[in-house]
Design a binder for this molecule. Sequence first.
Ligand code: OGA
Ligand code: MN
Length: 267
Amino acid sequence: MEVTATGAALGARVTGVDLAKLPPTGAGGTGIREAFLEYSVLLFPDQTLSKQEQVRFSTLFGSPVVHPTNTRDRDAEVPEVTLISNIVQDGEPIGALGNRELEFHADLVFLHVPGSVSVLHCLAAPDSGGDTYWSSNCAARDALSSEMVARLQDRQVVYIHRNPSYNPDPPARHPLLCRHPESKRDFLFVSPSSADSIPGMGNEESRALLDELLDHATQEQFVWCHRWCPVGVVVWDNRSTLHRRDGFGAEHRRIMHRTQMLGPLTA
Ligand code: OGA
Ligand code: MN
């Protein structure tokens, strides 16, 4: 197995391994987990996995769960795999997320135990558009001034999904300064999509700080862009990274199989 860093603030390409044949325990899995903790995003080019094989590979990073909100086209036999696609059949989208641009976010942050790791297996990609970008929350943390670190210490963010039926009661809160439960690296965590407020701060101050932190966290030097090429697999750490996606033309076909794990955000 060969691991080659992208040269950006995160990400590595892993070759010389067949994920479909990877035993769930053993040396190959350990090497992948170590590389994952070091690089936060791993790209495995040229991999073809059945849904069952994807679920088994995903167990290297936790227990795959049935996506809590995406119920569309759930496969009764492998409900842990959700379909991300813009394709419309008989007037109905076959998967989630369509072809629109997605702003920087982390997945499932409105849960008390949020997304920890996500896996996308690319089966079809547009010739242009639909690229996905990841930014390093560790690099963002390292670049905070000591004044800002002092300001963020012990502060939390309340996350509220725009669909009220998804929100637990009380709503989820996550710290701004986290320590990775496995790598023990410090990182800044703020996901704009459902960040609502910072308890103990006035509305205006809290909004301004959240905006400032998001701009800080997604600076170009912290970001790696991936141009999808079927067939390949990307695994990302949903704690130490944020991700976003470019929109793409409705005439293109984009198909991804997705699995997700949940886990605590901070040690
Ligand atoms: C996701 C997501 C990005 C993409 O599945 O959580 O944000 O490139 N997908 O489709
Ligand atoms: Mn996402």
